[in-house]
Design a protein around this ligand. Structure first.
Ligand SMILES: [Mn+2]
Length: 326
C-alpha cells in the first residue's frame, strides 16, 4: 500500500469533521464520487458536509442523498479535513477559497487527471483510472469500508458517465470489472442509470443541439470539427450548464475527425473551450497551451476575449500543430 493511501486511512480513523467537495461545472464523476466518499464517511459516524458551490445539476437528482450536497459550509463547522474529488487543480474546487487558510486543515486530492497539480497534503491520483469513481472504489475496497446500494449507485454513475457509458478508450478491463461487481453485488441497474442520464433531456437542450449541429464546421482536411455556442443561442434556448456538455461529442463523432471543439461563450469576453479527440491526438497537451488541462481524449480550457478572436486564435494554433506534424 502506498504511503499516501495508508495516511489517508489513518486520517479517516483519527479525524471527525470532514468536508468533501467536487469541481466547478460538476459532471457525473464529480457528483458520484462526492456522494460515495461523503456517504461512506457518514456511515463511519463522521460529521460530514458535502459541498458543491454550484449545486447539483438536475440530471443527477436521481442519486440518493444528492439533496444533502450543500453550496456552502455551515459557519460553525470547523472542518479538520477537506477531501477534493475529481479536481485537477485547487482553483477548480467548487468551494469558498477561505477554507484553504484554516489552520491545521488536512487536504486530500482524489483524482485521475493526468494534468493534476498535486495541490493537497495527500495526493491520491491515478491517471490510468477511467474515472475518479474508479479511484474511490479502489480506496473503499482497500480500506475495507462497506459499500451499500446508495454508494454503489453513486460510483457506478461516476464511472459510467466519465467513460461515455464504457465507450471511451479510458475504459479498461478493470473499469468493466468494477462495473460488473457493482451490478452483481448491489442494486445497480445499468439501464436505469443510462435512462436517467440520457433520456431525461429538456426540450430546450434538444432544440439547442439542433442549432449546434447545423453550425458545425470542418477544417484541416476534415480532421478538425468546431462549433460555437454563443450567448444569443443560449438566450434563445436557456439550458443548464451541464446540458451543453455532450454537444462537443457530436463534433468528434464525425468520420475522419481527430479533434472536436466546442467554443461556449459563458458571458461576453469569457469562453469555455471543450476539446475531444481520437487516439491520434492528445488534447490535454493542446489545452495546456491555453492554461487548461484534462485527459488525452477530453480536455478543457477557459479563454478571455471576444469569441470570434478566440476561435481564430485556437484554429490557427491547431493549424500550426498539424503543420508541425508534417
Ligand atoms: Mn472525472
Amino acid at each position: 500500500m502506498s504511503d499516501s493511501l495508508a495516511q489517508f486511512f489513518s486520517v479517516i480513523d483519527a479525524k471527525e469533521r470532514f468536508v468533501v467537495a467536487c469541481h466547478i461545472h460538476p459532471d457525473g464523476d464529480a457528483i458520484g464520487s462526492l456522494l460515495a466518499i461523503g456517504l461512506t464517511l457518514k456511515k463511519l459516524g463522521k460529521q460530514v458536509q458535502m459541498i458543491c458551490s454550484e449545486g447539483v445539476p438536475s440530471v443527477y437528482h436521481f442519486l440518493p442523498c444528492n439533496e444533502e450536497i450543500r453550496q456552502t459550509i455551515t459557519l460553525d463547522f470547523n472542518p479538520q479535513v477537506l477531501i477534493c474529488v475529481d479536481c485537477a487543480e485547487k482553483d477548480r474546487v467548487a468551494i469558498d477559497g477561505a477554507i484553504w487558510n484554516l489552520p491545521g486543515l488536512i487536504t486530500v486530492n482524489l483524482d485521475h487527471h493526468i494534468t493534476n497539480t498535486m495541490f493537497a497534503t495527500l495526493d491520491i491520483v491515478y491517471p490510468k483510472a477511467a474515472a475518479t469513481g474508479e479511484v474511490v472504489y479502489s480506496l473503499l475496497v482497500k480500506g475495507n469500508y462497506q459499500i451499500d446500494d446508495e454508494i454503489a449507485l453513486a460510483i457506478y454513475t461516476a464511472i459510467a458517465t466519465d467513460t461515455g457509458f464504457f465507450r471511451y478508450d479510458s475504459t479498461s478491463a478493470f473499469t468493466l470489472e468494477i462495473a460488473s461487481r457493482l451490478v452483481q453485488e448491489y442494486d445497480v441497474k445499468p439501464s436505469k442509470v443510462a435512462e436517467q442520464v440520457h433520456e431525461q433531456k429538456s426540450f430546450n437542450s434538444i432544440k439547442l443541439l439542433g442549432e449546434i449541429l447545423s453550425k458545425i464546421q470542418l477544417t484541416n482536411e476534415g480532421k478538425v470539427a468546431w462549433v460555437v455556442l454563443d450567448q444569443s443561442m443560449l438566450s434563445k434556448y436557456p439550458v443548464e450548464n451541464e446540458e451543453t456538455e455532450s454537444y462537443v461529442n457530436y463534433a468528434r463523432s464525425i468520420d475522419g475527425v481527430e479533434i472536436g471543439l466546442l467554443f461556449k461563450e459563458l458571458k461576453p469576453n469569457e469562453v469555455k473551450l471543450s476539446w475531444r479527440s481520437t487516439a491520434a491526438v492528445d488534447v490535454s497537451k493542446l489545452a495546456a497551451y491555453f492554461g487548461g488541462g484534462g485527459h488525452a481524449r477530453a480536455a478543457g480550457c477557459n479563454l478571455s476575449g471576444p469569441i470570434d478572436q478566440i476561435v481564430t486564435k485556437v484554429l490557427n494554433f491547431i493549424n500550426e500543430y498539424y503543420e508541425a506534424q508534417k
